[in-house]
Design a protein. Structure first.
Length: 83
C-alpha cells in the first residue's frame, strides 16, 4: 500500500479523533488547543488534496485567528469551579 493511501486513511481518522477530544475535554483552554490541532490537520488534508489556497486559509483563520480569539475570550472570563 503506497504511503499516500495510508495518509488518506489516517489523516481523516485523526481529524475526527481530535474533534471528539474537543467535545470531551472539560478544560476550555485544552479544548481550544485541540481545536487548533484539528484545524491544522484539516489544512494538511486540504493541501494533500491539492487545494493549497484553501489550506492556507484554513491554517490562517482556523488555526491562528480563531484560536487566538478563543483564548482571549476564555482569559477574559472568570472560572467557576463546581463544588
Amino acid at each position: 500500500m503506497p504511503v499516500q493511501e495510508i495518509i488518506h486513511i489516517v489523516l481523516p481518522i485523526m481529524i475526527v479523533a481530535s474533534a471528539v477530544i474537543v467535545v470531551i475535554l472539560k478544560d476550555l483552554l485544552a479544548a481550544t488547543i485541540a481545536l487548533a490541532v484539528m484545524s491544522l490537520l484539516l489544512s494538511l488534508e486540504f493541501y494533500i488534496l491539492q487545494a493549497p489556497d484553501v489550506a492556507i486559509a484554513e491554517a490562517g483563520v482556523g488555526a491562528c485567528i480563531t484560536t487566538a480569539i478563543f483564548i482571549f475570550s476564555i482569559k477574559a472570563t472568570e472560572r467557576r469551579e463546581e463544588k
